[in-house]
Design a protein around this ligand. Structure first.
Ligand code: HPA
Length: 270
């Protein structure tokens, strides 16, 4: 059994080295999962945008990816993603652990429970249309505190709260959209955090995400133009710290889960 899954965003490809590619067929299509060692732990790694970074955010097969991890027995997922700062107090390069999200995507297939597909979670079937809860915690508190503790131990600055807003993309936002998101309570904006986080909850898999602030969002900080290259450049400068954080946090995640995520399906399991 592989306990931990890592879903890497733009720039996080080094975990592929020395790992074995497994093509995993799921009811939702193929997932490309790399199995390897990270520290002392066997992990399943998915580069979200493909090995050659040729899958845009709206084309990522989120359902196949999360279901494949479920099929491998993964109980905990740590994801990473690049984000723009809506909150002007955030500095470029900051690592932030969102505690909540607002999903503004428009065209994504965002549930496993479509009333037709039989879903199997840890050997048990779930049928029909069910609605999982995103409370009391949107993201797994046990993974989030392992990441926060790892950052303390390593002396890597991390902000352990923030509201992540997910947009459909593929373009960056307009200044008016960012203003609206700020009024809604958003701190950071990205294109890949949803439906990924909710799909993990739908299979009772713990999920938390590390976001790296790569730029100020449209209209914040008086910037003229935002480019994808800028996003990649800032991300790559923080990659080493992100890797260290991942490596240090994994052993700090308790083997036995005590969080509410594990019980997300308790009332629906037959
Ligand atoms: N907007 C949306 N997605 C992003 C951004 C942004 O400003 N930066 C990195 N991913």
């Amino acid at each position: 059994m592989v306990r931990i899954g890592i879903i890497g965003g733009s720039g996080v490809y080094h975990l592929i080295e020395d790992s074995e590619l497994r093509r995993i067929g799921t009811p939702f299509g193929l997932a490309y999962v790399y199995l390897g060692e990270f520290g002392d732990e066997e992990i399943a790694f998915i580069p979200r945008h493909g090995k050659k970074h040729d899958i845009p955010p709206f084309k990522v097969n989120y359902k196949a990816n999360i279901y494949a991890l479920n099929m491998l027995g993964v109980e905990r997922i740590i994801a990473s993603n690049a984000v723009g700062a809506i909150n002007p107090k955030l500095k470029l390069g900051t690592i932030i652990l969102p505690h909540d999200f607002i999903d503004l995507t428009k065209c994504r297939d965002s549930t496993f429970y479509d009333g037709k597909t039989e879903i199997i979670v840890r050997g048990r079937n779930i049928e029909g249309v069910i609605h999982v809860s995103m409370t009391p915690y949107t993201y797994c508190p046990e993974i989030r505190s392992a990441l926060a503790n790892a950052s303390n131990q390593l002396g890597i600055h991390l902000i352990d709260r923030g509201v992540y807003v997910c947009t459909e993309g593929n373009r960056f936002e307009t200044p008016a959209e960012i203003k609206a998101m700020a009024i809604m309570g958003g701190d950071i904006v990205g294109m890949t955090g949803c439906p990924e986080a909710a799909l993990a909850r739908e299979l009772a898999i713990c999920y938390a995400s590390i976001s790296i602030v790569t730029n100020y969002a449209a209209g914040i900080g008086g910037r003229e133009k935002l480019t994808h290259q800028e996003v990649l450049d800032v991300f790559s400068r923080r990659l080493e710290d992100v890797s260290k954080l991942l490596a240090r946090s994994i052993p700090l995640i308790p083997r036995e889960r005590s969080c509410a995520c594990k019980d997300a399906l308790a009332e629906f399991l037959k």
